[in-house]
Design a protein around this ligand. Sequence first.
Ligand SMILES: N[C@@H](CCC(=O)N[C@@H](CS)C(=O)NCC(=O)O)C(=O)O
Length: 157
Amino acid sequence: MTIEVIRTDCEVRLRIKRTSYCKYEYTSRIADTPNPKPQPVDLTLTARTAMSEQLAKAKEAIQKEITAHKITVYSKTWCGYCKRTKDLLAGDEFKEFDIAIHEIDKTKDGPAIQKALAEITGKTSVPQVFVNGELLGGNDDTQAAYRSGKLIQKLKA
Ligand SMILES: N[C@@H](CCC(=O)N[C@@H](CS)C(=O)NCC(=O)O)C(=O)O
């Protein structure tokens, strides 16, 4: 975490930057008195507030996304398990279904999305595959559901 203190004639600005996606700025105006007393600021709380705002936004985005598409996959470009899932879903049998794939290692909000996913599903790994707004699981679960016919069944339900 970096904390930058910017002081001008009339205000003190604290710029707290935890990661590239998590920033918070706190500005306090200096009172019109000759020797204004600096007011204590709880930086821990301020940074925590910024982080929980990001997390809440990410959770909201996930909820919106998984209900908007038949299948939603949270993936990382370099992940072999994710590739297997994406290869499966690229097959002809899935052409008729609306599939959204998010490469969370390539987006600014990716780390927040990963943290939000962990809170929603309890899983820290990728891929995370949602069908009809519900978690199906990772690649192993997706392949097994495909082999058993349950995946297509769920999609056609
Ligand atoms: N059994 C899981 C394995 C997934 C997995 O291990 N993914 C790796 C990336 S290739 C991962 O996210 N590891 C980080 C973690 O487990 O927190 C599946 O089938 O999806």
